[in-house]
Design a protein around this ligand. Structure first.
Ligand code: OAD
Length: 236
């Protein structure tokens, strides 16, 4: 008997590891984004105030790159679970790509925002955005040239925390996939889940920083271990 066979309501947290095999760089692995760029230069409100061109260019490049990538078997398996699971299911992703959605998942919450939105700091409206922001285009809603990436920077509050905690409170199972457990509040969800009596499972390439908090951990590439876990859960 595995820990998940009696589960009804599931909260899944995903991180960069779930998109790694689609060719999107992770942050903290060797050669990852934070080895090539300093967080303080590109991912804080202060960086944007100091050097907006540098920050906008960084996100323009990443926005362009993700649109050339395709979902992998891990995204596909989670989309299948989202379709076929008859309990509640919420995929909370730290990823700013749209590969969960492009694989067909519906119940996806982007707690760190999304590359494919621009956020107007003048009128507070978010607009779908696939092009560049470096040329300071006008906001489609109010016309002001005040758009920024709709990505949560360090020092800013992640989105929809209330909805996430509400889902955790009614969950039976919390699953963390492809995340290093380095960034809070997401890194704390496993302990929040445990305190709520929710069973916890880690699926990651290697033990994460918080691996010891999980009831069960399985290690390997997401494209393999996620589909086999989903098959198990849905009964083969
Ligand atoms: P990290 O780069 O910190 O961690 C990626 C995790 O994925 C590591 O634990 C890897 O071992 C694992 N991994 C790599 N390849 C994998 C594969 N093929 N299959 C399974 N696992 C794999 O990325 P995150 O944990 O997502 O935030 O980072 C969290 C946040 O830090 C990001 O959302 C971003 C970043 O700074 C913001 O920008 C606000």
């Amino acid at each position: 008997m595995t820990i998940m066979t009696g589960s009804r309501n599931i909260v899944i947290l995903t991180g960069a590891g779930v998109s790694a095999e689609s060719g999107i760089d992770t942050f903290r692995d060797a050669g990852g984004l934070w080895e090539k760029h300093r967080v303080e230069d590109v991912a804080t409100p202060e960086a944007f105030a100091r050097d907006p061109e540098l920050v906008l260019r960084f996100y323009d490049m990443r926005r362009k790159a993700i649109q050339t990538k395709q979902p992998n078997a891990a995204h596909e398996a989670l989309a299948r679970l989202d379709r076929e699971w008859d309990g509640d299911l919420l995929i909370v992703t730290q990823n700013v790509d749209d590969l969960h959605e492009r694989a067909g998942a519906r119940n996806v919450l982007h707690m760190h925002g999304t590359h494919l939105n621009a956020w107007c700091t003048a009128c507070d409206v978010r607009s779908r955005w696939t092009g560049t922001l470096i040329e300071r285009p006008p906001c489609p809603d109010c016309g002001e040239p005040a758009l920024r990436p709709d990505v949560v920077w360090f020092g800013e509050m992640p989105y929809e925390m209330e909805r996430i905690y509400t889902a955790l409170r009614s969950a039976d199972l919390f699953v963390s996939i492809g995340t290093s457990g380095a960034v809070y509040p997401a890194a704390g969800f496993v302990r929040d889940a445990r305190n709520l009596g929710v069973e916890t499972l880690e699926l990651n390439l290697e033990p994460s920083q918080g691996s010891h908090w999980f009831d069960e951990a399985r290690h390997g590439p997401a494209s393999q271990i996620v589909p086999s876990w989903v098959d198990e859960l849905l009964g083969g």
